[in-house]
Write a protein that binds this ligand. Sequence first.
Ligand SMILES: [Mg+2]
Length: 108
Amino acid sequence: VNTLEQLQTEHAPWLARNFPEQTAHQALLGAMEELGELAHAHLKAEQGIRGDDKLHMAEKIDAIGDIVIYLASYCTTNGISLEEAVWTTWEKVRRRNWQRNPLTGQIS
Ligand SMILES: [Mg+2]
């Protein structure tokens, strides 16, 4: 099973080799740039320009992959476990029920 921990572990030496001077926020900027590319793919698909649905879907998938990789990069540079961050937060989010309680999401 490939995990986010494995991704971060494999990415760390790649980062050290390629961007040894990465500052705390550079990967954040990269992730935001990729979010822009994801938005770009949605917009152009909706407008029916700059390629067909197949191309836009491929661009969306590529952007999503890049976003997660940039987040792994950000976590490494800032001493955060991506795996832990995701699961810790998911444990909170999974308990919310916005259908039952549209105001707070709390179920009890
Ligand atoms: Mg990209």
